[in-house]
Design a binder for this molecule. Structure first.
Ligand code: RUQ
Length: 648
């Protein structure tokens, strides 16, 4: 019966989706967009955009940087996946960044970027982003737009409820999607119920240098933890996590995990737990995880394997965790700018449920509980309910806020963004999305002070919206103006990978932090060659180390002899430029480890293992000057048994 219900619901949704496709397709192709829409997204040549949008790449594993309102793509920042364009994960300096306890894992599924905050406002220092598949959290430094730290999350699987920051970036939080045996062990899957655990991981971020460290892991009952958001303002000190599969099923999930009328939002008082662990609470548990750090001065990453993690049993910290019943597999868990409202988007619910933080505190104070689950008190649904938005659409996923008292929720099945009012819960506007929207983003929408102005919808399907490119059409984002009472669609633009979620910030905040060059005198790379006097080639058994420099428009040395088949040749190349925006690239014929792309003042290394004798060219791969084509050299490779000495 249940199953049929769900099917009908889905079918109705699909039918709706197609109707809306057809109608809206006409609307846009007959020029329904106003010319003012074009004006609003037009950024004249040489002018800058007003906002940065950091859009995750989903299965591409990366983070793309766009300008808003233009939708122009500026950069793809490699995070969890190897990127040949920038040698990320190929050069010797960055390979350790992709180490995990499962070995070198050069791919992940990047989902939720979140920008660091001070006093609940975006400060533009870092972007954090989660890798879902081999659970990891990365930090991108917005002075260089480079990934500078990746920490693996042990005891987690499908790191989906991540990576959201508290309002002074005290913590970046990672919640597991799948519950698993903790610690991992060989056991029958059917013993899931009551035995698997869901780890919610609080990673501290050092105020001075942003260094990450796992402070503690809260080991929760074996539900699935879908998404999370920090409290802010009055609710600062709390963190909220949606759960589904409170049934604790392990098979046929689409049916079995949708039985309960209500799942929970878990409210976690992290300040209380922090105090508990600071006073010696918690249990150290053996767990392997990698912690990879890229050092700005040596331009080199190091990977350390950690062996244990501090775990906390929530029942040992009274008053730290409560469950708020929330209808039908809530997905998004979004807290409004004031910190009072906690919105739970029940995927299979007809209504949106909004909880009140004040009411929650009062219910806790009065100890009014509706039973417990694994020792964690369950609050009464009615006691904590602030209100419901009735039947706003089908398949609600995520909500963001404009700071003007309005909330915007995406509906996947009915494919639309719906605007509604906090406090009165009335729907005031709705706009179709093309098609099947997942997340949406208002710049600063996940902070105390949203910038408002635009909402970006990130769609899962595009169908007829772009020129066909074989069986798959580009994925896409859509920009709406939200400065008026009604939303106005301004722009579609294609994205890299799946535009899963995004974080947006006023450009001025980031612009002033952005670095122009790396100072050569500051280059502490182990193999740096900062002056031409130090250029050399050294042999150590079968290893050959080339200490090379590059500057417009030559390499030094540019002729190398004495290398033999079977050698392992290390090119350590330093870019001597001290001008903004003058990187050089280098590669050599047959090198299968990607090129190097070296920023001014930096050193990078690639390894070449020549297989054939000959005289082989190498050249600059990044067009750098009028004499770029002359920026080249030769390396001579002799037979393994030759007695030619190294020379350059
Ligand atoms: S969620 S499936 Cu961000 Cu709606 Cu990942």
């Amino acid at each position: 019966m249940k199953k049929i219900h769900y099917l009908l619901f889905t079918l109705a949704g699909v039918a709706m989706l197609f109707t809306s496709c057809n109608q809206q397709g006409n609307k846009s192709s007959n020029g329904a967009l106003s010319s003012s829409a074009a004006e609003k997204v037009y950024v004249a040549p040489g002018e800058h955009d007003e906002y940065y949008a950091f859009v995750s790449g989903g299965f591409s594993g990366q983070l793309s940087v766009y300008g808003l309102p233009s939708g122009r793509l500026f950069k793809v920042i490699p995070v969890f996946s190897q990127d040949a364009e920038k040698a990320w994960g190929y050069n010797e300096e960055t390979k350790p960044m992709l180490n995990t306890s499962h070995g070198f894992v050069p791919w992940d599924d990047s989902h939720h970027p979140d920008i660091s905050q001070t006093n609940g406002e975006l400060d533009g220092r870092y972007v954090f982003i989660n890798g879902n598949n081999t659970p990891r959290i990365a930090k991108i430094d917005l002075s260089t737009f480079e990934t500078t730290e990746i920490i693996e999350v042990p005891n987690s699987a499908g790191n989906h409820s991540s990576s959201f920051v508290t309002e002074n970036t005290e913590y970046v939080v990672a919640g597991t999607r799948f519950s698993v045996p903790v610690p991992q062990r060989d056991m029958p899957i059917k013993e899931y119920k009551g035995n698997f655990k869901g780890a919610l991981t609080f990673i501290s971020v050092a105020p001075e240098d942003g260094g990450m460290d796992i402070k503690f892991q809260l080991l929760m009952p074996g539900f699935d933890y879908d998404l999370s958001h920090p409290g802010r303002g009055a609710s600062h000190g709390w963190f909220f996590f949606t759960t589904y599969n409170t049934e604790e099923s392990h098979t046929l999930m689409e049916v079995n995990a949708s039985q309960n009328d209500k799942d929970f939002i878990a409210a976690v008082n992290w300040k209380k737990i922090e105090e508990y662990v600071n006073n010696g609470g918690g249990t150290m548990m053996p767990s392997n995880y990698a912690h990879n750090v890229y050092d700005e001065h040596t331009h080199t990453a190091t990977s350390t394997m950690k062996k244990e993690v501090l775990t906390v049993d929530p029942t040992k910290v009274p008053g730290a965790v409560y469950f708020l019943p929330t209808p039908k597999s809530p997905h998004g868990c979004d807290v409004d700018p004031s910190g009072e409202y906690i919105v739970g988007n029940g995927k299979l619910s007809a209504d949106l449920t909004v909880h009140s933080f004040t009411k929650m505190l009062a219910a806790i104070e009065n100890e009014k509980f509706d039973g417990e689950a694994y020792g964690i008190p369950i609050l009464n649904f009615e006691d904590v309910l602030a209100g419901t938005v009735s039947q706003p659409g089908l398949g609600p996923l995520h909500t963001e806020f404009d700071g003007q008292g309005n909330a915007y929720t995406t509906f996947f099945i009915s494919s639309e963004v719906v605007k509604w009012k906090l406090g009165t819960w009335e729907v005031v506007d709705r706009q179709p999305c093309y098609y099947s929207v997942g997340h949406l983003m208002i710049p600063g929408g996940n902070s105390r002070k949203p910038f408002g102005k635009y909402v970006l919808a990130m769609n899962k399907i595009t169908k007829d919206r772009y020129l066909p490119t074989g069986p798959e059409v580009t994925q896409s984002a859509q920009l709406y103006d939200i400065s008026g009472e009604k939303m106005e669609l301004l722009l579609d633009f294609p994205t890299v990978g799946e535009p899963h979620y995004a974080a947006g910030i006023a450009a001025d905040i980031v612009k002033q932090r952005s670095k122009k060059i790396f100072s050569l005198t500051d280059n502490k790379h182990k193999y740096a060659t900062t002056s031409d006097a130090d250029v050399r080639v050294e042999r150590n058994g079968k290893e050959v180390h080339i200490y090379m420099t590059m500057i417009r428009s030559h390499f030094n040395p540019d002729n190398i002899e004495g290398v033999k088949v079977g050698d392992k040749v290390y090119f350590h190349v330093t870019n001597l430029e001290q001008d903004y925006d003058v990187p050089h690239g280098v590669s050599v014929i047959g090198a299968n480890t990607s090129e190097l792309l070296i920023m001014p003042g930096q050193t990078e290394t690639f390894v070449w293992e020549p297989k054939q004798v000959g005289v082989w060219p190498f050249y600059c791969t990044d067009f750098c000057s009028a004499l770029h084509q002359e920026m080249q050299g030769y390396i001579r490779v002799s037979p393994a048994n030759s007695n030619i000495d190294l020379s350059w």
